[in-house]
Ligand binder design. Structure first.
Ligand SMILES: NC(=O)C1=CN([C@@H]2O[C@H](COP(=O)(O)OP(=O)(O)OC[C@H]3O[C@@H](n4cnc5c(N)ncnc54)[C@H](O)[C@@H]3O)[C@@H](O)[C@H]2O)C=CC1
Ligand SMILES: O=C([O-])CC(=O)C(=O)O
Length: 317
């Protein structure tokens, strides 16, 4: 049985993730961490969630704290702490402000819970994963970000809808930045096990329109309702379940790659990775030429932003 800690638990994503994670059968303990001054709100969240456990018949020990020290002995720590973007902002506009939060948090986590897996949600998630990896001192397998998993699920759903098939029939991936430079892998997209290019109807698929919808999905939801909550919350639970259940699923998350993909690497970015109780292990893949070019551009962009953020962080330490 496992202890899962959620940082930023008073926020939109953290609180809904607490609800989705509580449904995972391997979870015995859940700790909600918020900032000092938020004790009453955290207590209220615990009571409200406990009622949902009672109604559902879930047996999870739930507690809250405003001290990161209480995250000790966690199996997984989900970091949603940080500011979200406002309408009109790019995720990368949050980079430095959130990097300060993630660096400080990761440093403490590395000390109090060195065996944990640290799962980063805070945006811009690829850059924050690199910051968490560096400042926690944990191994690359222990630190990963939600990356392009949610984007891949958004694309999967659009394809399933277009072909009028159940989502479970569609396999697809988006790699690269969780942001504008994301790269859809049509070469790795199948429907009912058949490569999408081998389906005659593929030629009519509005691929550009679909990928643009995915690229702007978060932005559109934030504009209309203030925050993306249910998509990320369910996606987070999928990842936590995959780890705790030692499922060895291959999901597309932000992970440190050395040179696994066509020699491209030294960056934290969305790539297919095998995920189990030990953590996250990027899978080497071969891509089409246009996909390599897109991925290289995305990697160069994230490397540049990451380097800038690291440099600024070092000056503040
Ligand atoms: N990677 C992904 O796919 C997604 C990432 N996000 C990101 O997750 C983060 C949280 O989003 P929301 O829950 O919507 O935001 P929110 O504003 O509702 O919650 C933010 C949480 O972070 C905490 N926080 C803020 N500043 C802090 C600080 N200085 N120290 C410690 N904790 C602090 C707040 O107390 C709150 O609990 C944002 O960065 C957002 O962009 C959100 C959705 C999807
Ligand atoms: O768009 C945002 O800022 C939140 C997010 O990352 C998403 O839902 O994909």
């Amino acid at each position: 049985m496992a202890k899962v800690t959620i940082l930023g638990a008073t926020g939109n994503v953290g609180l809904f993730a607490a609800h989705t994670i509580s449904e995972i059968p391997y979870v015995s303990d859940m700790l909600l961490v918020g900032r000092p001054g938020r004790e009453d709100f955290l207590a209220g969240c615990c009571r409200d969630l406990s009622d949902s456990f009672a109604a559902r018949g879930t047996d999870v020990r739930l507690s809250y704290s405003t001290s990161l020290a209480d995250a000790r002995d966690s199996d997984i720590i989900v970091c949603t702490a940080g500011v979200p973007r406002k309408p009109g902002q790019d995720r990368n506009d949050l980079a430095f402000e959130n990097a300060k939060i993630v660096a400080e948090t990761a440093r403490t986590i590395g000390q109090v819970s060195p065996d944990a897996i640290l799962f980063v949600i805070t945006n811009p998630v690829d850059v924050m994963t690199a910051v968490a990896l560096k400042y926690s001192g944990l191994e690359p397998r222990q630190v990963f970000g939600l990356g392009t998993h949610l984007d891949s699920m958004r694309l999967k759903s659009l394809i399933a809808h277009y072909f009028r098939v159940h989502v479970s029939e569609v396999h697809t991936r988006i790699i690269g930045e969780h942001g504008k430079s994301m790269v859809p892998l049509w070469s790795a997209t199948t429907i009912g096990g058949i490569r999408i290019q081998n389906l005659p109807t593929f030629s009519g698929l509005p691929t550009q329109e679909m990928i643009e919808t995915v690229r702007t999905s978060g932005e559109a939801i934030i504009r209309d309702k203030g925050a993306t909550v249910y998509g990320p919350g369910e996606a987070i639970a999928t990842l936590v379940r995959t780890i705790l259940g030692n499922e060895n699923r291959i999901l597309t998350v932000s992970s440190y790659i050395k040179s696994e993909i066509h020699g491209i690497g030294d960056v934290c970015i969305g790539v297919p990775a095998r995920i189990n109780r030990e953590g996250v292990f990027p899978v080497a893949i071969r891509l089409e030429d246009d996909e390599i070019a897109g991925f290289s551009r995305s990697v160069a962009k994230i490397q540049k932003i990451t380097a800038k953020v690291m440099e600024r962080l070092e000056k503040t330490q």
